[in-house]
Design a protein around this ligand. Structure first.
Ligand SMILES: CC(C)(COP(=O)(O)OP(=O)(O)OC[C@H]1O[C@@H](n2cnc3c(N)ncnc32)[C@H](O)[C@@H]1OP(=O)(O)O)[C@@H](O)C(=O)NCCC(=O)NCCS
Length: 173
């Protein structure tokens, strides 16, 4: 399968925060933001894989800064690395006011999507990622460790099998 560039599937989504999207104190509801991040990530993963995809996991998300009613958010999703049937997608969210001022990074998360066949049942192979820039290469390299963490947490891998994590802590610890 031919490797595909990160840029080929970068997905950018913009939303204005409306009253229906907010919590009782007038800020964007966390669940609504997660939904949009999942949509942007899923579109990006689908474009990279050229397949139907399902969300397999979402890594740690923290809501660092509130997003207010009337703000405009920009969600950017990029593929970081492909494995066998899954891809890791990095999603980040910026918010600004309606005049385009006070632009700020509000949160980010890594999503894992699994490509499935046309009957939407069986996981199916995905194309590799071609990382070109240094930022793409950094995310590509560190993806192996993040994968091990999430596979351990979902009980799909034993901690002693996590070779990349072990090596990382030996070098950096
Ligand atoms: C994700 C899903 C397709 C995996 O099916 P499965 O039978 O466990 O398939 P496999 O064991 O062959 O794993 C397939 C891939 O999923 C990855 N995966 C499965 N669970 C994972 C998790 N919790 N975190 C990260 N990756 C995961 C595996 O590592 C594997 O990736 P790889 O092939 O690149 O190594 C299945 O669990 C599913 O359909 N889940 C529901 C998805 C969904 O409906 N999402 C929307 C939210 S409700």
């Amino acid at each position: 399968m031919e490797a595909k560039k990160v840029a080929d599937s970068v997905t950018i989504m913009t939303e204005m925060i409306m009253p229906n999207d907010t919590n009782p104190i007038g800020n964007l509801m966390g669940g609504n933001l997660l939904r949009w991040m999942d949509v942007a990530g899923g579109i990006c993963a689908g474009k990279h894989c050229e397949k139907y995809v399902v969300t397999a996991s979402v890594d740690h998300v923290s809501f660092q800064r509130p997003i207010h009613l009337g703000d405009v958010i920009t969600i950017k999703a990029m593929v970081t690395r492909a494995f066998n049937t899954s891809v890791e997608i990095y999603v980040e969210v910026y918010a600004a006011n309606v005049k385009g001022k006070d632009d700020r990074l509000c949160n980010s998360a890594y999503f894992t999507f699994v490509a499935v066949d046309d009957e939407k049942k069986k996981p199916t192979k995905v194309p590799p990622v071609l990382a070109l820039s240094s930022e793409e290469q950094d995310k590509y390299d560190s993806a192996l460790r993040r994968r091990e963490v999430r596979l351990i947490l979902s009980k799909r891998m034993k901690p002693e099998e996590a070779l990349n994590l072990k090596e990382f802590f030996q070098v950096n610890g």
